[in-house]
Design a protein around this ligand. Structure first.
Ligand code: TYM
Length: 375
């Protein structure tokens, strides 16, 4: 979707995203207080990404929750396009997916699209994207997913099963739909025209594997929604239930409040899950956009602006404790907390998280096979 001030597609996010406008343009629904309360009630605990409306929009959530309460289980589905190392933005929907898996005792199907990234990135070979797929998979597993209930699909290694579903989907989608939904042109390679059918396929894998109709719920950032529009249109034509979705906003780029955290917007300012402590510190200290004043005196007198400060905005995603977050907000706004000190709080938070994450990744390296679905 392209509007005058910003652009959101599965391959590009730029400008200052107006999320209310996206809800209208994409035709999704805002997440309501009642829905949040219901999820929290089933989960038996709250989640900061719900409380802070980091998850803000949905499709078909009411029906899914009603079905769940009447005893009908659903499956979770989300994924990753392995074009490089995983960054801190990618793991936002996965952290929330873990909460949902625990809350609803739901299986998770996780697609890693080595084929997509080969097709859309001119410089990447299939060998490279396939290798990255298994590295990226460890970033999911490190978050604590249950191997008995988590099924990772690396596309080229589950191709036989996916292909049979993808061609059913592809037969129902015209090139003109693909052009208007994804902005494809005559110069787009034909692999990409077929690609949306492959991202649709895992929506139906749970039904096929379980031999009964199982609805899927997709937690992902809103950039992936164009796929779900197509899937939801096709699902009833193939005898499946319409997929439900719950959408998150983007972790902003460190460099400022426009666009999203993304490798293509600058490697140097992107925090990867593979970064060591020193690198994280360097990136945040150097690139995190500051809402502070020009001089310490001015800052002390007038206070900073947390609403545009990248370090504060990042803490909204990663600091789970509401009280701590509120204190940071108040201290920064009053001028008590300086920009450098706020950055240091973020550095400590991210490094604390990554220390555990990287250790977990190494521990799980030998157990990857337990999670993989293969033909
Ligand atoms: P990819 O690898 O671009 O993104 C992986 C997941 O991360 C989300 N995301 C973000 N969330 C918050 N802040 C950000 N800055 C940010 N950047 C990316 C994406 O929405 C996505 O959920 N084609 C897909 C792979 C895929 C997939 C799926 C994703 C296949 N099946 C089902 C979600 C659901 C891709 O390239 O994602």
């Amino acid at each position: 979707m392209v509007v005058d001030k910003f652009r959101v597609t599965p391959w590009e996010v730029s400008g200052e995203v107006d999320y209310n406008r996206l809800i209208e343009e994409f035709g999704t629904k805002p997440l309501t207080d009642a829905q949040i309360k219901k999820i929290e009630q089933i989960a038996g605990k709250s989640h900061h990404m719900l409380r802070r409306r980091i998850f803000f929009s949905h499709r078909e959530l009411d029906i899914l929750l009603k079905e769940y309460e009447s005893g009908q289980k659903f499956a979770l589905y989300t994924g990753r396009g392995p074009s490089g190392n995983t960054h801190m933005g990618h793991i936002i929907p996965w952290i929330f997916t873990k909460y949902l898996q625990d809350a609803f005792d739901a299986p998770l199907y996780f697609q890693i699209t080595d084929d997509e990234k080969f097709l859309c990135k001119p410089d990447l070979s299939l060998e490279e994207t396939n290798k990255l797929a298994y590295e990226n998979a460890l970033d999911l597993i490190a978050l604590g997913f249950d191997p008995k209930k988590t099924f990772i699909i690396v596309d080229t290694d589950y191709a036989k099963s996916l292909y049979k579903i993808a061609i059913q989907v592809a037969k129902k989608v015209t090139a003109s739909t693909a052009k208007s939904v994804f902005g494809f042109t005559n110069e787009t390679n034909i692999g990409m025209y077929f690609w949306p059918a492959l991202q649709a396929a895992p929506c139906f894998v749970p039904s096929i594997r379980e031999g009964k109709n199982v609805r899927t719920l997709i937690p992902a950032a809103i950039d992936q929604d164009p796929y779900w529009r197509i899937v939801r249109d096709v699902a009833p034509k193939l005898g499946y239930l319409k997929t439900a979705a719950i959408h998150n906003v983007f972790l902003p780029a460190l460099t400022g409040p426009t666009g999203k955290m993304s490798t293509s917007s600058g490697q140097h300012a992107t925090v990867f899950t593979t970064d060591d402590e020193k690198t994280v510190r360097k990136k945040i200290m150097k690139y995190a956009f500051s809402g502070g004043r020009d001089t310490v005196e001015e800052h002390r007198k007038l206070g900073g602006n947390p609403d545009i400060d990248s370090s504060y905005q990042w803490l909204r995603f990663f600091e789970e404790d509401d009280e701590k977050l509120k204190q940071v907000y108040l201290d920064y706004k009053s001028g008590k907390l300086l920009s450098g000190e706020l950055k240091q709080i973020l550095v400590d938070k991210i490094n604390g998280f990554l220390k555990i994450h990287q250790k977990k990744k190494e521990e799980m390296r030998g157990r990857l096979d337990e999670f993989l679905l293969k033909d």
